[in-house]
Design a protein around this ligand. Structure first.
Ligand code: SF4
Ligand code: SF4
Length: 276
């Protein structure tokens, strides 16, 4: 049985038994190689679910739709390892309760999608630990290597140039599961902390502010870069921040739902003077 058939049949079973009220998965998109999120609530619709190598979007953010989990019922969702990590971060940040979430885990290897064993976030601990180890040996992509070879001044100019193309559509924010604030600081008008118009200063403020907000929380799912209509390689900025966090604190976000957020925790024996 293919992985797609396996999960269609599991979705039917769970919906028929009333174990879950919804399955959030992938369905056919507007072109043969595109997928769009689908929200299946009846067993008859389960055959709309698609699972193949084009299913890249991290769907965990849809779990935060207002009121979705407020009735304490369960929802099943298709997630890769990055998606499961974001589920753990969201739980650690008190945004959801993982006991209401059933995971249809999958990974993409070459030209194949394969199922990952487990159904509860806690079942994937060893898979996440392996991903943390693998990250250390992941080769940098071409642009990333170029950026590393630049002087800080050249790198700053590079990002200034990239951000100059930003149209402030906020698609990156909407697509990011970690951008869950009900009201984003950039939507605040009185006082206005961040310039809202699309020009050099406002763009730089927005993109740097977002990168800092994601430090130690980004799971590198790539939703932001895929959503950006200006093709700004946002994932490289987030990846660089993730490198720093891993090297400095050995912190890999989303290991489990009890993991302390790296920038909101401290050790009493920290030698730095900011600990009084
Ligand atoms: S910043 Fe981008 S890569 Fe990181 S979690 Fe958000 S969408 Fe995913
Ligand atoms: S998605 Fe791209 S263009 Fe839109 S606000 Fe984000 S960085 Fe700017």
């Amino acid at each position: 049985m293919s992985i797609q058939e396996h999960y269609r049949s599991r979705a039917k079973e769970l919906l028929s038994a009333g174990t879950v009220k919804m399955v959030i998965g992938y369905g056919a998109g507007s072109t043969p190689d595109r997928r769009r999120p689908v929200f299946i609530t009846s067993p008859d619709e389960a055959d709309r679910l698609v699972l193949d190598t084009t299913c890249r979007t991290n769907l965990s953010g849809y779990l935060l739709r207002e009121g979705l989990l407020s009735d304490q019922k369960q929802v099943a969702v298709f997630l890769t390892v990055d998606g499961i990590r974001s589920l753990n971060v969201l739980a650690a940040e008190s945004q959801l309760d993982t006991s209401q979430v059933l995971v249809f885990g999958f990974g993409i290897e070459g030209d194949q999608a394969r199922a990952i064993e487990g159904e509860r976030a806690a079942d994937f601990k060893s898979v996440i630990a392996a991903a943390k180890e693998q990250r250390k040996s992941q080769p940098a992509d071409e642009l990333q290597e170029k950026l590393e070879a630049m002087t800080p001044k050249e790198r700053f100019s590079f990002w200034e140039g990239e951000f100059s193309r930003c149209i402030k559509c906020y698609a990156c924010r909407q697509a990011c599961p970690m951008c869950w604030c009900r009201r984003c600081v950039v939507d605040n008008n009185q006082p206005q902390w961040v310039n809202t118009s699309s020009h050099t200063l406002g763009n730089l403020e927005w993109n740097l502010l977002r990168a800092f907000h994601l430090a130690g929380r980004c799971v590198e799912c790539g939703n932001c870069s895929r959503a950006c209509p200006a093709d700004i390689p946002l994932h490289l900025l987030n990846r660089r921040m993730a490198d720093e966090v891993q090297a400095s604190f050995d912190h890999y976000p989303g290991m489990d739902e009890a993991q302390e957020p790296v920038l909101a925790s401290f050790r009493k024996d920290d030698p730095e003077t900011f600990i009084l």
